[in-house]
Ligand binder design. Structure first.
Ligand SMILES: Cc1cc2nc3c(=O)[nH]c(=O)nc-3n(C[C@H](O)[C@H](O)[C@H](O)COP(=O)(O)OP(=O)(O)OC[C@H]3O[C@@H](n4cnc5c(N)ncnc54)[C@H](O)[C@@H]3O)c2cc1C
Length: 204
């Protein structure tokens, strides 16, 4: 915000106001928002939204689950992130908490979950880190990854001259967030990106 960013929390994007070859405004529940450039970064919803405006964007939701648990004995938790490759469970240390995640399911936009969905995650955690946590304290969550069929995100200008995409990062959106932001900023500003854009840009 010190740099001039304004966040509109709790605001729903309803659509785009198109005028000729450009987006005039983003229509939101807080009224129209105008800007020099508009970026679609709506996670798994990006595909449906983009297709309303004729953008061929095959981003689909792929559901995953996480359990985040305070470490009762910090010395028994992992010191760095890793994975159990047999059971396909990833884990990372978040301060004095352990987060474990797993599963890729095609369930549409259903974000619901039940305790039984986390059995393998919690059993694996107990095997890997015995007596490190009390599973009853686990905070459970399910979310949707914005997946592209080829696992490559789509970044750059699309369809209208001031409309851009930065989406489809699938299971590594946090990992690629800063790099994607830098890449998109270069594209919007007309600078040469630091990496080869072929295959990343929409339509290439
Ligand atoms: C279980 C699980 C584990 C993961 N683990 C990792 C990991 O270890 N490392 C890693 O790098 N990545 C991981 N990911 C992937 C990562 O979370 C995603 O790639 C990343 O969140 C994508 O970021 P995004 O901003 O594109 O989309 P999102 O994070 O989905 O954000 C999109 C935002 O748009 C908002 N939105 C959508 N439609 C509207 C609308 N109409 N109006 C207003 N707002 C709207 C949504 O509310 C949301 O806040 C994991 C994902 C899951 C599900």
């Amino acid at each position: 915000e010190k740099l001039g960013v304004k966040f509109l929390f709790g605001t729903t994007i309803q659509g785009l106001d198109i005028e000729g070859d450009r987006v005039r405004a983003v229509m939101t529940s807080a009224g129209p928002v105008t800007g020099d450039a508009v970026v679609i970064s709506m996670g798994p919803e990006s595909g449906l939204f983009g297709r309303r405006y004729g953008i061929d964007l095959p981003v689909y939701p792929v559901k995953g689950y996480t359990a985040t648990i305070p470490l009762e004995d910090e010395s028994k938790g992992p010191t760095m992130g890793g994975a159990d490759e047999d059971r396909l469970i990833g884990y990372s240390r978040l301060g004095n908490r352990l987060r474990m995640s797993s599963t890729a399911e095609f369930t549409g936009f259903d974000r619901s979950f039940k305790p039984g969905d986390f059995r393998t995650i919690l059993e694996t955690g107990k095997d890997l880190f015995p007596r490190a946590f009390d599973e009853k304290k686990a905070v459970l969550w399910a979310g949707l990854r914005p997946m592209m069929p080829n696992s490559v995100p789509v970044i750059g200008q699309a369809k209208y001259r001031n409309l851009y995409l930065d989406t489809g990062h699938g299971h590594v959106g946090w990992t690629m967030a800063c790099g994607s932001g830098q890449f998109l900023a270069d594209v919007v500003a007309g600078r040469k990106p630091q990496i080869d854009p072929l295959g990343l840009l929409y339509g290439t």
